[in-house]
Design a protein around this ligand. Structure first.
Ligand code: BG6
Length: 287
């Protein structure tokens, strides 16, 4: 279907009314709504919906490189490529398909990039968004990569947001040439630009939007690191596809594997899984 900003995409719906839209450009989730039809992901009002760049918002996939520390373009090429719907997907764990609406996408290997990469997006009966990516090395020699689900969460006011689960962790600060620091605070709050890679994080972390009384719970497997990014005032003004004030309504919290890249020998496979739920804060118990 092409009816959403002219983008070729797949729409998933569950019976309760939750939905997810996935663009074939980048295999990027571009919308995720709860049963009430509320959008849970941020998309910039200045987003550009045309290739070659990734649309500003949703969940672009950073692969096989995160950031610009490497020989490839910023955040790798996967988010800038056209994916195909996979009609004959490899089997995934049964629990990950029962009772869910889902789509399997495939980034076809090219000459310079002989990796086989299926990616599944599904919407659980609960309305949770589930992303599963697999990378298999079908080349004759080992290869290494980093990976991130660059998740733009929609929040009502960044100064009312706190992230729990990153306390006491070490992080690499992208604003200081990836120098290593240790988190000192109780929970992460925002009053300036933040661009960090938290290392070896717990498998579940919570993003609390106090004003909207909503909590995002992010559960992950195979993704030890968490990127937290908010561009704040100055950087917002420097991005052409981002509104000057929009940093107040978003925060990127990415399940990722960056510090220790994955190396696959020929024939080996890696799986990363991310599940996000959005629940009213009063119902959210500590995990
Ligand atoms: C973050 C990076 O995760 O992504 C930032 O750490 C970068 O440095 C941001 O600005 C957005 O990247 P891009 O390429 O989508 O503009």
């Amino acid at each position: 279907s092409k009816d959403w900003n002219g983008i070729d995409h797949v729409l998933l719906r569950n019976p309760q009314g939750a939905s997810a839209r996935i663009s074939l450009h980048g295999g990027q989730v571009i919308s995720w709504k709860n049963d009430q039809g509320e959008e849970l992901l941020f998309t910039s009002s200045k987003a550009i919906f045309k290739p070659p760049k990734a649309m500003r918002g949703g969940v672009p996939i950073c692969f096989p490189q995160f950031g610009n520390a490497g020989s490839l373009e910023q955040h790798g090429f996967a988010r800038n490529k056209l994916w195909a719907v996979d009609d004959d997907p490899p089997p995934l764990p049964p629990n990950d398909s029962v009772g869910k609406s889902l789509v399997d996408l495939l980034l076809k290997p090219s000459e310079e990039d002989l990796k086989f990469w299926p990616h599944r997006v599904s919407l659980a009966a609960s309305g949770n968004l589930i992303l599963i990516s697999r990378v298999r090395n079908i080349n004759g020699k080992p290869f290494s990569f980093s990976f991130a689900y660059h998740t733009y969460l929609s929040v009502s006011d960044i100064s009312e947001v706190r992230i729990e689960g990153l306390e006491t962790l070490d992080y690499l600060d992208n604003l200081h040439q990836r120098e290593r620091f240790t988190e000192q605070g109780d929970a992460l709050t925002f009053e300036t630009e933040v661009d960090r890679i938290y290392l070896n994080s717990p498998n579940a972390i919570a993003v609390l939007d106090h004003e909207r009384k909503r909590t995002y719970v992010i559960r992950k497997e195979g993704l030890p690191d968490i990127v937290v990014w908010n561009p704040w005032e100055k950087k917002s003004k420097s991005m052409v596809d981002f509104g000057d004030e929009e940093y107040k309504q978003m925060v990127c919290v990415d399940g990722a594997v960056i510090e220790k890249p994955i190396t696959l020998k020929p024939g080996e496979e890696w799986t990363g899984r991310l599940e996000i739920s959005a629940v009213p804060s009063s119902f959210c118990s500590e995990n």
